[in-house]
Structures are given as structure tokens and as C-alpha cells.
Design a protein around this ligand. Structure first.
Ligand code: NAD
Length: 375
């Protein structure tokens, strides 16, 4: 497919600008997806604010739904995941595994070395080049598949079919909010029947964690946030208790008391030293703190050692999940109603208003997740 498309181009110091650029061409092992929607995730905002280093100029956006319109020349049948066909609806995950490095061969897509080296450090795909360029030919970096555009090129390893009983636009959130929450709940924490859980920060990610933790059998789920309307949404979607850190002051004693001495699992879904310390402070004996929020590059938290040791607690980081095995599972959970994409997405913007979407996210004005619709 040739021609031009509209894409949101980010350059440090200026607002996102929608430009007309050439439609990218997929290589072997990649697909061209006509994007339906792309989620508005705080990680893109971290990049825009310079808290996460990334080359510029770039097209950001890393959780998409859409339709496959082309498969790269030279793609072998083995490279095409089951159910991925021309014209089919798909969701795309932000972790795009190469499928061949030692981590991928061990099933750890979340640790794929070429993905981090090429895409996250250099803004390119596995062959070391970007598929995106401006009209004048100058290259544009790609954050994951660069989903804030009408079309994107994505490795086939990062796609899963989107069944027709899930909505075309809101399902975009499965590729990051859904996948990340699955990784946090099932891979990092291993939430078990009857566990008591706290979720600090119930934005797009935290709200999905609340839903999947409940679906995994958590008995008590305490949502912690600064905003009553977000806490109400969390209660509507399965949280059993809510604590407002602004009015409660320190949420740690409140959570410890309401859970009868601490929770089995505390998820931190913001990315600050204070909230990670709070997560550890909320733990019961043997509890697990799961760090999900992404922090500024040099941020460090201070953790009291003695209680950690004596109470056999653990702190574990969690980044996305194992795309090839977990993204289809996330789709399945959405389909069975364990993760409601329509309840998670509360607002949508068109591509012309993409800058407003991120301004609203920065102002903490978005309840749950917003999406940008490409048409
Ligand atoms: P968001 O802006 O939608 O949600 C953040 C929530 O935290 C909001 O509801 C906000 O009101 C609340 N909050 C902010 N400060 C708080 C505080 N001090 N105490 C309590 N609540 C507070 O963001 P998001 O898109 O859900 O992303 C959350 C974090 O997760 C970000 O750091 C993002 O970069 C990160 N993230 C991590 C992964 C991963 O794989 N680990 C994937 C995606 C996003």
C-alpha cells in the first residue's frame, strides 16, 4: 500500500503535531495495520516529559487495535500467528518480541533483548531501521509500533486476533493496560484465591489490575488514589475498599488496619519512590509488592530492610507480560468479562485532538483510560 497517512509526531519542547507522512512498508515478519484506536498511556507522557529517555522526533503510541492490511514480503507461514490474516481485526502489544533471542526462546518475551536494544533505546525495529520517515525522507523513531497514526508496522509476534464480540476501538487497551495488568497479577504476584490486595494508583493500569485481581480470586481489593471519582470507578469495577491518599494522609495505616494487619499483594501503578515505599509498608507477613509504575530514570526508593527480611516479604518488578502467550489470554479474559474494555475506556479523542488527550492525562483529568480514534 502506498500513499500518505496522518501521524502524531513528538518533538521535545513542542506539543504533539499531526503531520502527513508516507504510509510505512512492512518487512518480512511484520504486518501493516490500519489503526482503529490507540490508548493514551502514561508511559508516552513520561517520554514527552523527558522522564523516560527516547530518541526524537518520534511517533509514540503503543497499544492499538486495528485491521491487518498487508503482510511483509518474504514472511514465512511459521511467522504468522494463528488467526492473523489479511483483513482480520487485531490488537497489538507494546512488547514486540523478536522471537529468536535467548529470552524469547525461554518464553520470556518481556525480557526480549533486541526489543529493548533496538526499539526502546534506538526507536527502530529488529533490523536497526525505522519504518517511518517524514515527507522529506528524514527518519522518525518508533515507540513500539508507533500507534498514534492511521497505519503502523508491527512485528507479527506482537499481534493477537480480536474476536468480533469485542469492540473495535476500546479493545486497543488490551495491548498495554490489559497485558501489563495480566503480567502483574498472574506472572509477578501470582494472585491466589482469597488474597488481600491493594492497588496504589487506579488509572488506566491500576483499574485493569483491580479487575484482573478480582477475577483471579482476590477477596479484598483496596484501591488507593488521590481522586474520589477514580476510586468510585475502581469500586464499580470490583474494588471492595477505597482509600483517598489526599484525605487519609498516609494510606499505609488505613490499609493495614482495614486488611487486618497488611495485604498479601500491593501493586504500585504510579512510579514514585513514595508510593513504592507505601506498597511495601502495606504488606502482611510473606507479602509481595509489585512495582508496575515507571519512574524517572534516576528515581530510587528507600526500603526498611529489617521488616522486609523478618517478615519474608518480596519486591518484584513487572514489565508488560509474555506477549506471545499472554496477549491471547488477555483477549480471552476480556471476552469472558473479567476485564471490561468498555468500562475501562471512559473517553475518546480524534487524532486532531491527540495533544489535548495527553494534556488531560497530565492534568489527571482522565478517569480510567482514554483512547485516540483514528477515524
Ligand atoms: P494514569 O495517569 O492513567 O494513572 C495514574 C493514577 O495514579 C491516577 O489515577 C492518579 O490519580 C493516581 N495517582 C497519582 N499520584 C498518586 C499518589 N501519590 N497516590 C495515589 N494515587 C496517585 O497512568 P497509567 O497509564 O495507568 O500508568 C501508570 C504507571 O504505569 C505509569 O508510570 C506508566 O508509565 C506505568 N506503566 C507501566 C507498565 C509496565 O509494563 N510496567 C506499562 C504501562 C504503564
Amino acid at each position: 500500500m502506498s500513499g500518505t497517512m496522518r501521524a502524531a509526531v513528538w518533538e521535545p519542547g513542542s506539543p504533539l503535531r499531526v503531520e502527513s507522512i508516507p504510509i510505512p512498508v512492512p518487512h518480512a515478519g511484520e504486518a501493516l495495520v490500519q489503526v482503529s484506536a490507540c490508548g493514551v498511556c502514561h508511559t508516552d507522557l513520561h517520554v514527552m516529559k523527558g522522564e523516560v529517555a527516547f530518541p526524537a522526533p518520534a511517533v509514540l503510541g503503543h497499544e492499538i487495535s486495528g485491521r491487518v492490511v498487508e503482510i511483509g514480503l518474504g514472511t514465512t507461514p511459521e511467522q504468522v500467528p494463528a488467526g492473523i490474516e489479511l483483513g482480520e481485526r487485531v490488537v497489538g502489544a507494546f512488547i514486540m518480541p523478536c522471537g529468536t533471542c535467548r529470552r524469547c526462546l525461554a518464553g520470556r518475551d518481556d525480557l526480549c533483548e533486541p526489543f529493548f536494544e533496538q526499539n526502546r533505546r534506538r526507536g527502530v525495529l529488529f533490523d536497526g531501521s525505522s519504518r517511518l520517515a517524514r515527507a522529506d525522507g528524514s527518519p522518525l523513531a518508533m515507540y513500539s509500533m508507533a500507534g498514534l497514526a492511521e497505519y503502523c508496522v508491527i512485528p507479527l509476534t506482537a499481534l493477537a486476533p480480536l474476536p468480533h464480540d469485542l469492540p473495535e476501538f476500546e479493545s486497543a487497551v488490551l495491548g498495554c493496560a490489559g497485558l501489563t495488568s495480566f503480567g502483574a497479577v498472574h506472572r509477578a504476584a501470582g494472585v491466589r484465591e482469597g488474597d488481600t490486595v491493594a492497588v496504589i494508583g487506579v488509572g488506566g493500569i491500576g483499574l485493569s489490575i483491580v479487575q484482573l485481581a478480582r477475577a483471579a480470586g482476590a477477596g479484598m481489593v483496596v484501591a488507593v488514589d488521590l481522586d474520589d471519582s477514580k476510586l468510585q470507578t475502581a469500586l464499580d469495577l470490583g474494588a471492595t475498599h477505597a482509600v483517598n491518599s489526599l484525605t487519609a494522609g498516609d494510606p499505609v495505616p488505613v490499609v493495614r488496619e482495614s486488611s487486618g494487619g497488611g495485604v498479601d499483594v500491593a501493586f504500585e501503578a504510579i512510579g514514585t519512590p513514595t508510593t513504592l515505599q507505601q506498597a511495601v509498608g502495606m504488606l502482611a507477613e510473606g507479602g509481595r509488592a509489585v512495582a508496575v509504575g515507571i519512574a524517572a530514570g534516576d528515581a530510587a526508593a528507600s526500603i526498611p530492610i529489617t521488616p522486609l527480611v523478618r517478615r519474608a516479604q518480596s519486591i518484584v518488578g513487572s514489565f508488560g507480560a509474555r506477549t506471545r502467550s499472554d496477549l491471547p489470554e488477555v483477549v480471552r479474559l476480556a471476552r469472558e468479562g473479567s476485564l471490561s474494555v468498555t468500562d475501562t475506556v471512559t473517553r475518546s479523542y480524534d487524532l486532531d485532538h491527540v495533544a489535548t488527550a495527553f494534556d488531560d492525562l497530565a492534568a489527571r483529568a482522565i478517569n480510567g483510560r482514554a483512547i485516540v480514534r483514528m477515524r
